[in-house]
Design a protein around this ligand. Structure first.
Ligand code: 2AM
Length: 174
């Protein structure tokens, strides 16, 4: 079976998606369109191309993680000029988020799937390849995200464009 392009990530609820959409359309000016709102997420660990046996392996690993649920707070944006990514970032280094992302990243590396060139930098990509940096006239009203689950997503293109589709969902424990 063909390999899939997979990554672990955290999704947004419709309420947060609407909140971001409304702020973007009213208060952010950019030279290109934002990423598709249906795809907004926070990447925990990018795995790249994964075959079926490796997919089963990473799923079993993620199922063995016993980690508590947590909350993320978003109030600020950032911009990486080398790739033109404009993003929302959590407002502090969250230990619970890190203890979820690090083992997933390390396991992908151990399987030889993808070696991360950068330390974990949690973000929600709102624009990709945008130059110059988008102009924000009013900062986003801060919002929170209750993280009770995370997903293994497949990145694939359909007739209507790019989709990030959950292929497996994992619950965090109380
Ligand atoms: P992003 O988190 O900055 O949006 C699917 O392609 C997802 O995996 C995207 O969300 C993307 O970036 C992330 N991703 C793609 N290529 C990557 C790479 N080389 N390193 C880290 N993350 C990557």
């Amino acid at each position: 079976m063909a390999a899939k392009r997979l990554f672990f990530g955290i999704g947004l609820a419709p309420q947060q998606t609407t909140h971001i959409q409304s702020w973007l359309s009213q208060h952010v000016k950019a030279k290109k369109a934002p990423t598709l709102s249906r795809n907004w997420h926070l990447t925990l660990a990018f795995l790249a191309q994964v075959d079926k046996a490796q997919e089963d392996d990473v799923i079993a690993f993620a199922n063995r993680l016993m980690l508590p649920f947590f909350q993320l707070h978003f109030a600020s944006t950032g911009y990486w000029s080398h790739n033109g990514i404009f993003y929302l970032q959590p407002d502090h280094i969250n230990a619970a988020l890190r203890s979820l992302a690090e083992p997933l990243r390390e396991y992908g590396e151990k399987l030889g799937l993808y070696r991360n060139p950068y330390p974990f930098s949690p973000h929600i990509t709102l624009f990709r390849g945008v130059k110059p940096m988008p102009l924000v006239d009013v900062p986003i009203e801060p919002f929170s995200l209750d993280v009770t689950h995370f997903h293994l997503y497949q990145s694939h293109s359909l007739d209507d464009g790019l989709h990030y589709t959950p292929v497996e969902t994992f619950a965090l424990n109380a």
